[in-house]
Design a binder for this molecule. Structure first.
Ligand SMILES: NC(=O)c1ccc[n+]([C@@H]2O[C@H](COP(=O)([O-])OP(=O)(O)OC[C@H]3O[C@@H](n4cnc5c(N)ncnc54)[C@H](OP(=O)(O)O)[C@@H]3O)[C@@H](O)[C@H]2O)c1
Length: 226
């Protein structure tokens, strides 16, 4: 989703910096966004506060910050098998990381700037094995509402995707990825699962709409209805 957004904004002529932990993946991002407005990349682990502080110290004034990070390896499990260390890593990636970003990133934002996070359908349609992820997404939406009040006039929002075909499904479903996604596509009113571009569109909307704050925008193909 982050790559799709970077491609969309770069094509529109925006200056984009993509952040992640893996330098090789960031190299591929630069290759995938070929062209004059190719994004800059910076290696940072958002779970480490000093790294986030150093990241924003390198940035001049920013217009918008979007966080799509999640590390769910080992976090999908029924409770008897749940590895609490994996659960903590997931919480660090999607709750503590966003708090680091809000703390150190908000001061760099220009007037009219925004912070946007990505929650998810698991908060609304929890499934067995998904307790940790459901909890995290619901908590992130609470954080968004609190930050929208505390950081005003900076706008703070979340986009909540349904099931979207991205690499994260290797972690969630492994070899069964295609079968699981096809099954969901057949259930959804729109007849397909999401594409990263669907979520990039939604992220671009909340970034650009100056009257939207404290909001969760659901982009889930009707998943909450079925
Ligand atoms: N795909 C879905 O069906 C779905 C549904 C609902 C919600 N979501 C949510 O949507 C968001 C985007 O998911 P996605 O599907 O695009 O997943 P993805 O392809 O796995 O992308 C997540 C990215 O987060 C980065 N990341 C993880 N931990 C990080 C950290 N500590 N610091 C910096 N970067 C970190 C990873 O890059 P590095 O490994 O290079 O760090 C990875 O590229 C996530 O919050 C996810 O929970 C996804």
């Amino acid at each position: 989703m982050g790559l799709a957004l970077a491609q969309k904004l770069s094509r529109a002529g925006d200056h984009v910096t993509v952040v992640g932990r893996d330098p090789e993946k960031l190299q591929r991002v630069r290759a995938d966004c070929a062209g004059p407005d190719r994004p800059a990349t910076i290696v940072t682990d958002i779970t480490i506060e000093q790294e986030v502080e150093a990241l924003f110290a390198r940035c001049s004034q920013l217009d918008h910050i979007v966080c799509t990070a999640a590390e769910f390896t080992g976090a999908y499990a029924r409770l008897p098998a749940l590895d609490l260390a994996a659960a903590r890593r997931a919480i660090e990636s999607k709750i503590v990381g966003p708090i680091h970003i809000a703390k150190h990133g908000a001061p760099t934002l220009a007037t009219g700037g925004s912070l946007t996070f990505v929650s998810g359908i698991a908060a609304y349609r929890p499934m067995p094995r998904g307790t940790v992820v459901a909890t995290i997404n619901a908590a992130l939406e609470g954080l968004v509402r609190a930050l929208a009040v505390e950081l005003a006039p900076i706008r703070v929002n979340a986009v909540s995707p349904g099931w979207v075909d991205t690499p994260i499904w290797q972690v969630v479903a492994g070899e069964g990825k295609a079968e699981v996604l096809d099954g969901m596509a057949a259930r959804l009113p729109v007849g397909r699962v999401g594409r990263p571009e669907d979520i990039a569109d939604a992220l671009a909307f909340v970034i650009g709409n100056g009257f939207t704050t404290g909001t969760v925008l659901h982009v889930e193909g009707g998943h909450r209805l079925v």
